[in-house]
Design a protein around this ligand. Structure first.
Ligand code: 5GP
Length: 251
């Protein structure tokens, strides 16, 4: 079989050229990184869990009419997605103060915000993904005003969907990060949710106990990341019970 062409390798995923024009194969690695890759490890099974969880969230979003890059899952670690031009912004939605917002503004972690707050960071590892304003985004041409209106609406719809799905299984969606891609359909362009949605890019706290079930477990050395992600998958019914504690490592 011919070797696939690798298009890009990031910290947690590899992108390969897809089988049809306009498609990409997204491979989920087991690598975990934090603090701009200063902290690194390989977490057995993380890629399998994130592949399944991202499929679950993206499929649910499509069902409520939120466009995403997801086409179909191919195997335990890979999914077929639409090729899109990624807007160089991390779009962060916060429902409770935590992480960098708590540090920046001196608000205790876990404080409920008066309403969801959307922030934008410029995607640049060398700069540590700095927070930017809509002024920067417009002035540097990263996105138009129409794009920004669409991005805000997508971000808030994803927030409502994810908050509801998580609340139903006893988990608080504290915050999350999404990336947005541009696709061209004839003369028109459309914005879609791209990259991934998984516990790598969300803060998820158990409502009863406050236990962290997301990448902060790795960032802050709070225990087993696989156990935390498996718990999210188990509550959502994403993995069959036999696979929950020991996700298969094939592929
Ligand atoms: P913070 O700005 O507090 O560090 O992160 C806010 C939210 O965005 C958290 O849920 C965090 O996991 C997510 N996030 C921010 N930057 C990144 C990033 O570079 N990669 C990933 N996977 N998630 C991020």
């Amino acid at each position: 079989m011919a070797r696939r062409k690798k298009i890009y390798e990031g910290k947690a995923k590899i992108l390969y050229e897809g089988p049809e024009p306009g498609t990409i194969v997204q491979y989920f690695k087991d690598d975990a990184t934090a603090f701009n890759a200063e902290k690194k490890d390989v977490i057995d099974g993380k890629g399998v869990l994130n592949n399944r969880l991202s499929e679950f969230f993206m499929t649910g979003l499509a069902q409520i009419g939120v466009p995403t890059h997801f086409i179909r899952r191919l195997n335990m670690r890979e999914q077929l997605v639409r090729n899109c031009e990624i807007i160089p912004l991390e779009v962060i939605v916060r429902n409770y103060a935590a992480g960098s917002m708590s540090k920046r503004l001196g608000i205790a972690e876990g404080t409920q915000l008066p309403r969801p707050i959307v922030e934008y960071c410029y995607k640049d590892d060398a700069l540590g993904d700095p927070l930017v304003t809509e002024e920067h985004i417009a002035a540097f041409g990263w996105a138009s005003q129409q794009d920004m209106d669409d991005i805000l609406s997508l971000a808030l719809r994803v927030n409502d969907f994810m908050s509801g799905v998580m609340l139903a299984v006893g988990i608080r969606l504290v915050d999350f990060k999404i990336e947005i891609g541009r696709v061209f359909e004839g003369d028109f362009q459309r914005l879609i949710v791209a990259d991934e949605i998984s516990p790598d890019s969300c803060r998820l706290w158990d409502i009863e106990t406050g236990q962290k079930l997301d990448k902060d477990v790795f960032r802050r050395d709070l225990g087993s990341l696989t156990d935390a992600y498996s718990e999210v998958a188990r509550r959502l019914g994403v993995l069959p019970k036999s696979n929950v504690t020991k996700p298969t490592l094939i592929n």
